[in-house]
Design a protein around this ligand. Sequence first.
Ligand code: FEO
Length: 162
Amino acid sequence: MISKTMQDAINEQINKELYSSYLYLSMSASFASRNLPGFSKWLSIQADEERGHGMRLYDHLIDRGGCVELKAIAAPATDWLDNLKTFKEVQAHEAEVTASINALYELANKEKDYPAQVMLQWFITEQVEEEKNAAEIVQQLELLDARGTAVLMLDHQLGKRG
Ligand code: FEO
């Protein structure tokens, strides 16, 4: 059975993953309303993935006889009119999530919670990918010209995400 300390920390992380989903859905809505469906789709898929991350932690708690405590999800910002600034926010947010996962892993080590350590290794690998993807889009946006032609090309490219 999982310790109360680990259970509380994992419940906090579930909330952070669900907030991430909310945040990316808010960004997706902004791009959709500005007729940039590729950016919107990319972020909508990302929002779904974040819910999946929350569910991995949820399942872990259930599997180990723990108790899932769903907390209130904070309202994300809605001001996502600047494309570059928005993806810089994605990048910064993912860096925060990485720090949070790393802290959770450290706690699992301290608690000698071996099953949680194994479960969290998936997240540690996933965060490398998450930060890489965000950095790539930020760098591409930084290269775009001011006329917006390249924004449409990038929108088309992001819309190919399956
Ligand atoms: Fe669940 Fe994007 O980290």
